[in-house]
Write a protein that binds this ligand. Structure first.
Ligand code: MMA
Length: 165
């Protein structure tokens, strides 16, 4: 009887579907580490600000639900802002990197693509390991530019408020 219970519990545990995965890290070892793992509790990613100059991705800020993360990076270059539509999620990110992040292209489940940065360095193609999972949060390192970035994937957050400006 005890063995039977143990086997049942093991079977159920094995059948549990995994859903979280991450891609990265892309970039170099400089800068100070940051992680938005706590920010995801505010809701799904609803908007992203990316700053770039002629060489680098110099800064990033992500809106979770209606709450913007801290801005990470420096002040060089121009800031671009992407607003996702309600229900729209990021399902892939491609880009370029050297010791620093050079280019990011966010791709959504609605087929929209938002490229920013320079065609220079090695390519990366970040996508979730498990079906129907999306970008939940980012982490990385920053100083005066974005030195490195990682992408963390899981099922879409059910908290579905849209980001206020
Ligand atoms: C700072 C410092 C470095 C980092 C660069 C680029 C200028 O130096 O934080 O560690 O690599 O910025 O972000």
């Amino acid at each position: 009887m005890k063995l039977w219970i143990l086997l049942s519990v093991l079977c159920i545990a094995a059948a549990q579907q995994r859903s979280s995965s991450y891609s990265g890290e892309y970039g170099g070892g400089g800068g100070k580490r940051f992680s938005h793992s706590g920010n995801q509790l505010h809701g799904p990613i609803t908007a992203i600000r990316v700053r770039a100059n002629r060489n680098y991705i110099t800064g990033i800020q992500v809106c979770y639900g209606t709450t913007w993360s801290e801005y990470k990076g420096g002040s060089a270059g121009d800031l671009e802002e992407i607003f996702l539509h309600p229900g729209e999620t990021i399902t892939q990110v491609t880009g370029k990197y050297t010791k620093y992040v050079r280019k990011l292209m966010f791709i959504t489940n609605k087929g929209r693509q938002f490229p920013i940065g320079k065609e220079y360095g090695s390519s990366f193609n970040a996508a979730p390991l498990y079906p129907n999972t999306v970008l939940r949060y980012i982490s990385g390192s920053s100083g005066s530019v974005i030195d490195a970035i990682s992408f963390h994937w899981d099922y879409a957050s059910s908290n579905c408020q849209h980001c206020a400006k």
